[in-house]
Each structure stands twice: as C-alpha cells, then as structure tokens.
Design a protein around this ligand. Sequence first.
Ligand code: NAD
Ligand code: GDD
Length: 326
Amino acid sequence: MGKQVDVVVAGGGGFIGGHLVGALLEEGLTVRAVDIKPRHAWHQLHEAAENVTADLSLLEHARAAVRGARQVYMLAADMGGMGFIENNKAACMLSVLISTHMLKAAHEEGVERYFYSSSACVYAAGKQTDPDVTALREEDAYPAQAEDGYGWEKLFSERMCRHFTEDYGLVTRVARYHNVYGPHGTWTGGREKAPAAVCRKVAEAALSGDHRIEIWGDGRQTRSFMYIDDCLHGTRMIMDGDSGVPVNLGSSELVSINQLVDLVEQIAGIRCERRYRLDAPQGVRGRNSDNTLIRELYGWEPSIPLIDGLERTYAWVYDQVKRAHQ
Ligand code: NAD
Ligand code: GDD
C-alpha cells in the first residue's frame, strides 16, 4: 500500500464493491480494493487490482488504505438484509468507526473525491407505514426517524460527509441506495436480502421437488429493487457529478414481496406453496424511490426492469444452490 492509485474501493470484497472494482478496472483505472475479510471470502477477486485485507475501523489502517489515492469509494459496512440489521443494531452502528476514520484519513491524505454509500434506511419510519407508499423524496429523511441502528449510522455518516466538505473542503458525494440485487451478492447465511433469498428458496424448491417455501411477513409489504448494473452506472455518475447533496439511487418499480415471488416462480417455471412467517423481521411496510432529484441533476434514473435483473440473478443463485448441494 502507499503507491499511487486512481481509486480505492473500501469494501471491495463485498457485493457492490466487487462489481465496482471490475467496472473501474475495465475503464483502465488503477484500483486498490480493501476489505476486512480474508481474500478467499471475497465475493469477487480481481487479480488486476491491488487487493488488501485490512480493518478500516482502525484509523491507521484507513490512512494506509487511502494513501496515494485520488478517489475513494466508501462501501465498507457491517450490514445485510432485514434478518441481519434487525438483530445486529450495535454491530451496524459500529460501522460509524469505518465511516469516521475513512473520512478523516481521506481528508488527511489529500484525497480529491470521496463517495459514500448511504441507504434508503435513513428515511423516516413514519413515511413508510403503508404498502401503497408515496415514494421517498430526499427531504423525507428529516425530521429524523431512521431505521433503528443501521439507518441512524448511515444518516450520521452522510451528514459527516457534508461537514467535511463545509469545514475542510473535502469533495464528497452521497448516494442513498435502495435495495440492490444481482449475481455475486450474498444469497445465504443470514445477511441476504429479499431478492437473493427468494431466488434461493425457489431454486431449492425446484431442485428438491419440495415446493413449500417460507416468506417473511404477509407478502403484501412493498419495495423497489435496483439491479447491480444500474447501481454501478449511478454510483459512477454521482461520483463524477457536481452535486454533494445526498441523492436517491434506486428503482421506482414498486412491487409487493408476493409479486417478487411470482416473478421468480415465473422464471423458474414452478409454483410454490407459500407459508407466511409473521414473526420474521419485516422492516418498513412500504418503500419506493422518488427519482425526481436524480433526473433533475443527471437526466438519468435506474431503469433495468425487475424481471430482467431477476432472470440473471436467479440463474446465478440457482448455480450456487446446485453447487452447494452436490
Ligand atoms: P457487502 O456486505 O457485500 O459489502 C460490504 C463489505 O464491507 C463487506 O465485504 C465487508 O467485509 C466489508 N467490511 C465490513 N467491515 C469492514 C471493516 N471494518 N473494514 C473493511 N471492510 C469491512 O454489502 P454491499 O451490498 O456490497 O453494500 C455496500 C455498501 O452499500 C454498504 O455500505 C451498504 O451499507 C450500502 N448499501 C447497500 C444496499 C444493498 O441493497 N446492497 C442498500 C443500501 C446501502
Ligand atoms: N431478507 C429476507 N429474506 N427478506 C424477506 C424474506 C427472506 O427470506 N422473505 C420476505 N422478506 C421480506 C422482509 O421481511 C422485508 O419486509 C422485505 O422482504 C425486504 O427485506 P430485505 O430485502 O431483507 O430488506 P429491506 O428492503 O427491508 O432493507 C434492505 O434495503 C435497504 C436499502 O433499501 C436492507 O438491505 C438494508 O440494509 C438496506 O439499506
């Protein structure tokens, strides 16, 4: 570490980070990917990058990680889907050490541009109580009533970006990701989100012949899901853009969880018997992304249809399930 690189991807061993490292390398940039996990556990390992294992919650590691870099994409966090964030609030909030030390290190080491991956979980719970939801606009984060634990850390950390810009002149960019899915994501183990979890359950049903699957909640809660390619395009665009205000980066194609299951069943060519678990973690009742601001700023918004992204995701998850059962 310490040599000159164009870009550092913090959390490069994770789902979005792994895809982002690949995209940046394809553009011809030099990349340092940093993650706390040992390299064999990374979602994707790109040999052309400098791949480093380090704990970015430690200031010295954060300093070493960003040294010599022009730009930093800060994607590192201890996070997951509802099954994880509802039961690990302290761990989620401790990501503030990564966020804080990475910002401080980026400022001290003279980084030119800093991207922070915030979340739709910053939005006020009171605005997400109905499945027939009004899409969330950026100003709906305040007055603050974020998702307990994880959402508060994200809201605090995105605000810290603003103050590092105002007080120290560090150029920061913030995207509020709405539920991102795609191949090479977490699909099992407890941190997986609904798209990967549903793909896994339907794939297991298809392979085993036992078509009973478990769905968390009553299936009527709603979400929008953004395919990874849209996430990458938007992330690069926001990083290179002129606006430092937090902006939604999410699909506005609203579906219920039942509709998500319908689509995956359609792709798999099977029908499943659904058992609804009302005691499982459910999060907000309805959530969608209002894309007015991203359209105004960049003339673009995520647009890959859910069915298209799910086809690619299901094929990948199906292969993982098959391999795991061999
Ligand atoms: P991910 O869990 O796959 O990736 C995060 C990576 O950070 C992991 O590989 C993890 O090992 C690493 N990490 C955790 N603690 C670390 C530490 N102390 N030092 C170094 N690395 C550490 O998650 P993802 O889906 O790729 O998400 C990337 C970012 O986007 C996260 O900040 C997440 O909160 C945010 N986000 C993701 C979504 C989504 O739907 N995927 C939605 C909203 C926000
Ligand atoms: N994870 C999961 N697994 N969710 C399921 C399942 C399942 O098997 N079955 C049904 N669900 C339901 C959940 O109960 C929840 O109501 C909905 O599907 C969506 O769950 P997740 O995908 O886990 O999370 P989320 O959309 O509530 O929040 C996610 O997105 C945020 C950004 O929009 C999380 O990943 C957050 O960490 C992220 O910031």
